[in-house]
Design a protein around this ligand. Structure first.
Ligand code: AMP
Ligand code: FES
Ligand code: ZN
Ligand code: ZN
Length: 291
């Protein structure tokens, strides 16, 4: 199988058929176009890239480096046994390679842990902790934009989850850019048009240090189950991922903005009626249930 641009052997066949050189060119061009089209950031922004050590965020950081962007990294050590410390080592290796500053924070320093809270599964607790700490770290350190490595399948599976729970507000907010407001830092998703296979290929051909361990708590995670089902449908009906992403972009419905308050414990925004944010509730739970 040949590259569609030259006579060399293709290293990837779907969604694009390219040789190594043309794949890198395609990947970087698509990333640059996405950033520019959505005005995600420019070279004057103070950019923070959230990196987990996985193939997606490692590829994002490396590609942004190749495109000449200045940024710092943030790794949140979730203190998950047999997982988090290993990922931390990979992220450190990557940032050494690209010679950029890496910030590392640990969940225990903030009084929380990735464990069940009442009937909330660990993955859901983890999601709240990550979102809160990424935003708080970015805000407290003067970053103007926070980039995450959410991919097309992440967004599409999230859309189906929101559809299932009838959360129209969340669907309307599923955009490549979420503008900042008050203590909410602007959030961008530069890999929104990329598949996991593209990121895996990019990480492999550039020999990037990547943590290949699966999170031990991921088993049965609803979003992963939904994602795998969509992959199956996409195999038979090509284009489901792509079409859904473009459909989400076009949704322009006026929804009543949720009332936002300042959490009485930490001062960060919350829409919770009791004016205590979800992060502080998790923290409170662990202070009362320390073991
Ligand atoms: P996830 O919530 O695991 O789907 O991850 C979504 C995005 O959050 C990733 O693409 C990363 O950019 C970021 N992220 C995930 N885990 C971490 C972590 N431990 N530290 C910093 N950023 C992370
Ligand atoms: Fe959060 Fe696995 S990374 S539960
Ligand atoms: Zn080629
Ligand atoms: Zn709070």
């Amino acid at each position: 199988m040949k590259c569609i641009k030259c006579d060399k052997k293709a290293i990837i066949s779907y969604p694009v058929r390219f040789c190594k050189e043309h794949f890198i060119e395609y990947y970087l061009n698509k990333l640059k176009e996405t950033i520019e089209k959505w005005e995600m950031f420019n070279k004057d922004d103070k950019i923070l890239v959230a990196v987990s050590g996985g193939k997606d965020s490692s590829s994002l950081a490396y590609a942004l480096h190749l495109l000449g962007y200045e940024f710092e990294g943030l790794y949140i050590n979730l203190e998950i046994p047999n997982y988090s410390n290993f990922c931390e080592e990979k992220v450190k290796e990557l940032f050494k390679l690209i010679n950029k500053k890496l910030n590392i924070i640990r969940v225990s320093d903030y009084g929380v842990k990735v464990e069940r809270v009442r009937n909330r599964p660990r993955c859901s607790v983890c999601g709240t902790i990550k979102r809160y700490l990424m935003n708080r770290f970015a805000y407290e350190n003067g970053f103007t934009v926070l980039a995450t490595a959410h991919t097309m399948p992440d967004e599409v599976s999230f859309f189906f989850m929101n559809l299932r729970s009838g959360n129209l507000n969340a669907i309307v907010k599923q955009k490549p850019v979420l503008e900042g407001k008050g203590k909410f830092v602007k959030k961008v998703k530069p890999l929104i048009y990329f598949t996991e296979k593209e990121n895996l290929t990019f990480s492999l051909i550039n020999n990037l240090p990547v943590c290949r361990l699966e999170c031990p708590y991921a088993e049965g995670n609803t979003q992963n189950v939904i994602k795998n089902k969509i992959y199956e449908i996409d195999k038979d009906f090509r284009g489901l991922f792509n079409q859904t992403i473009h459909f989400l972009e076009k949704i322009n419905i006026e929804v009543k903005d949720e009332e936002v308050y300042e959490c009485i414990k930490c001062g960060y925004p919350t829409s919770s009626k009791d004016i205590v944010c979800s992060f502080c509730k998790i923290k409170e739970y662990f202070s009362k249930n320390p073991s």
